[in-house]
Design a protein around this ligand. Structure first.
Ligand code: CMP
Length: 140
């Protein structure tokens, strides 16, 4: 297994409920290391650029509205097999389908307010990290 980097977002439903620390603890407990982190409030253009791949989907407009409704925490996570590991800790996109003990099972409200995002593959991770962080902001 290789050491990888992946982009993680703690979404507005989670920052509103003051559970960012609990979410980060779950990631760290699985061996993922936070090597970049910032709390931001996205403008519509930021959210649209990030979720460009979903443009045209019926949920796109609501997704953009939600992701700009409050602060979010952007993070780069590093570790062995970090992309798959982060997705395993997060659980399925829809909390109804998520395994017990995953972040989304325990914290997500519904499919949209699902508390966290994680890159879904190496190319996506590279793109998302570059979109959210300057090289100088990543301190491994
Ligand atoms: P995320 O992993 O951030 O990627 C895109 C987001 O769109 C997803 O989590 C969900 O929160 C949201 N979303 C809303 N409706 C849907 C849907 N029908 N299918 C997939 N994602 C959806």
């Amino acid at each position: 297994m290789a050491i990888e980097r992946t982009l993680s977002i703690i979404k507005p439903d989670a920052t509103a409920r003051n559970i960012t620390g609990q979410i980060i603890s779950r990631l760290e407990a699985e061996g993922l290391r936070v090597i970049a982190q910032k709390r931001v409030w996205w403008k519509k253009k930021d959210a649209k650029a990030f979720y460009e791949v979903h443009k045209g989907q019926p949920f796109f407009k609501d997704l953009i509205t939600f992701m700009t409704s409050g602060p979010i925490v952007l993070q780069v996570l590093e570790g062995e097999d970090a992309i798959a590991k982060n997705r395993a800790v997060m659980g399925a996109t829809n909390p109804v389908d998520a395994e017990p003990g995953t972040i989304r099972k325990d914290f997500a409200v519904n499919l949209q307010r699902n508390s966290v995002h994680g890159s879904d593959g190496p190319e996506t991770a590279k793109r998302e990290i570059a979109l959210c962080f300057k090289k100088s902001e990543i301190v491994g």
